[in-house]
Design a binder for this molecule. Sequence first.
Ligand SMILES: Cc1ncc(COP(=O)(O)O)c(C=O)c1O
Length: 400
Amino acid sequence: MSTRRHPTRYLGEEYERLVRESLNWELKELQTPSEPACTVDGREVIMLCANNYLNLSTHPKVVKAMLETTGKYGAGAGSDRSIAGNMTAHEELDSHLAKFKRAPASLTYQTGFMANEGLIPQLGGRGDLFVSDELNHGSIIDGVRLTHADRAIFKHKDVEDLVRVMDEAEKHTPPYKHIWIFTDGVFSMDGDLAPLPEIAKIAEEHGAGVYVDDAHGEGVLGEGGRGIVNHFHLNHTQVHVEMGTFSKAFGVVGGHITGCEDLRNFAYNKSRTWLLSGGVPPGVATACSAAISVLESEPQHVKKVWENRNYFIKAMQDLGFDTGNSETPIVPVMCGDSKKAKNLADFIWKKGFFALPIVYPMVARDKARIRAQLCTKHTKEQLSKAVAVFEEGGKKLGLI
Ligand SMILES: Cc1ncc(COP(=O)(O)O)c(C=O)c1O
């Protein structure tokens, strides 16, 4: 036996380091459905950190669709979609989503992460350039890392910096064959929006592709929750890939991309995560489709999440809280250093509210915050109590 090498000791050592430096995740257990009033780790709390913006995970039509399809078609797809697992439920979901997005074609994946990690690396290689907002989601970052294309970063939402990067790119010899610009639609830590019309215009001038990750925008932005492309009155010849997820506002799970027919055909022939991994269960696909139908027929959910968001952010700002650059139901409560954010999260937790502290290294050292996320089913009473508790905690910690 080697004395120099141990197969697993470093795993424990690394975990201990994370704990020592307070960088470890302490998992909490949700013991009831994901609803505003829920039980977490045995404590009755009001949820302020779910991605379930429209509370569709418990919508009767969505649940019924999952149960009925599962009863009829079974618990699993039985194969990768590329082989023998491409069920009618998957095909129907792909078409339904494209219709909802008013685009020629969509393709659904098992998760949003798998869509980004599967498709992005296939969009380019040697001789191409990938340009990325510095605060893009980890799944875009990982997708970009998997390619041989050259990479460039532009400052967060900074259109002038993007122009600089693109002008620089034009000097490259030989000229880049393809250039793609990647951006989140809604940035998940700040709740701010990408300047998509400006990005699309710059891309057009350079013949570049635009790829937007709208995981936190769809269901929330645009007409009936159609997402960021619709929100900015753009179309899929200006934004070539609109990527999203069913795991947030749609309340289920699954990723997707929307664009032209060529994109769909290319994507399912080339994305390794799609080709080499099982399709989602048919019940999941039908539940996602039912969630789209709910958005098409019940506009009140989108309206209500905005009402709740506007009420909460105004009340917090009136108290003097810094809510960063939020433009969506993601509302950061800026705390500065990580310790303050953790203390505030602890304080509100003890008072019956569950929201996550977002600390270094997820955000810059001086930009720690609590990330509050509003949803449709929050009541005014729950939200005014939350504001009162934030006020008490904020005063204690000298934030207001
Ligand atoms: C911006 C963004 N993109 C992609 C994803 C991944 O989505 P999914 O949960 O479907 O894997 C997330 C989820 O955290 C996200 O916030």
